[in-house]
Design a protein around this ligand. Structure first.
Ligand code: URA
Length: 204
C-alpha cells in the first residue's frame, strides 16, 4: 500500500491538476476546446497507437479518431489485420488546438510546448496500460515518445527502444496521407499498412 500511495502522490505532483483530465488547463487550448479527449480502448491492450491531438469531430464527440483521419485509420488497421477494438488509441495532446476562420475551426499543429504540457497524461496512460509496444502516428507523437530519436522520415517502420524499455515504431499519420498529392499518397499509404502489420507482430 505504501508504494501504491507513493505512485499516486507522484502522479498528482506531476499534473498538479485536481479534478483530473477535464480540469487540466496546462495548455492554453484547454480554454477554447469543448473538452479534453482521453484515450480509448482496453487497459489490457498489448498495442497502443498514439496520434497527435483530437480534431474537430473528436473535440465534439469526446472520443479519439472518430473524424476523417480516424475513418481512414480504421481502414488501414483492417488492411493490416488489426482490430481497433483490441487496441488502445490515444493522443500526445488532449485538447484540440485550432484557429477560428469565420465559423470554421482550423486545426493547428501542437507545438513542442503543448506536447510537453500534456506529457504527464501520456506517461500515466502508458504506465496504466503497460503495452508491449506503441505505434507513433506522425511527428508530434514520435517526438513526444522519443525526443532524441532521428526524424520520422528516417525512423519510420522500425522498432526503437526507449530507456524505459518500451518499443516504439513511428509511421505516418493518416491525416498526412489525406493531405499528400495522390501519387505520393498511394506509396505512403502502403507503407503505413505494412508498418501497422509489422507492429501487429510485435517487437519480438
Ligand atoms: N488525429 C489525431 O491525431 N488524433 C485524433 O484523435 C484524431 C485525429
Amino acid at each position: 500500500p505504501g508504494r501504491r500511495l507513493g505512485r499516486a502522490t507522484a502522479a498528482l505532483a506531476r499534473h498538479e491538476v485536481t479534478g483530473g483530465l477535464q480540469a487540466c488547463d496546462r495548455c492554453p487550448w484547454a480554454a477554447q476546446a469543448t473538452q479534453a479527449v482521453d484515450g480509448e480502448g482496453p487497459l489490457q491492450a498489448r498495442l497502443m497507437l498514439v496520434g497527435e491531438q483530437p480534431g474537430d469531430e473528436e473535440d465534439l464527440a469526446g472520443r479519439p479518431f472518430v473524424g476523417p483521419a480516424g475513418r481512414l485509420l480504421d481502414t488501414l488497421l483492417a488492411e493490416a489485420g488489426l482490430d481497433r477494438a483490441a487496441l488502445r488509441l490515444t493522443n500526445a495532446v488532449r485538447h484540440f488546438k485550432f484557429e477560428l476562420r469565420g465559423r470554421r475551426r482550423i486545426h493547428k499543429t501542437p507545438s513542442q510546448a503543448d506536447a510537453l504540457a500534456c506529457a504527464g497524461w501520456l506517461d500515466d496512460e502508458i504506465a496504466q496500460v503497460r503495452p508491449a509496444a506503441v505505434v507513433a502516428l506522425g511527428a508530434t507523437a514520435w517526438r513526444a515518445l522519443l525526443p532524441q530519436a532521428p526524424a520520422l522520415t528516417q525512423a519510420r517502420g522500425r522498432w526503437w527502444r526507449r530507456e524505459d524499455g518500451l518499443a516504439v515504431m513511428p509511421t505516418f499519420h493518416p491525416a498526412a496521407l489525406l493531405r499528400m498529392p495522390p501519387d505520393q499518397a498511394a506509396a505512403a499509404r502502403a507503407q503505413v499498412v505494412a508498418d501497422l502489420a509489422r507492429a501487429a507482430a510485435g517487437p519480438g
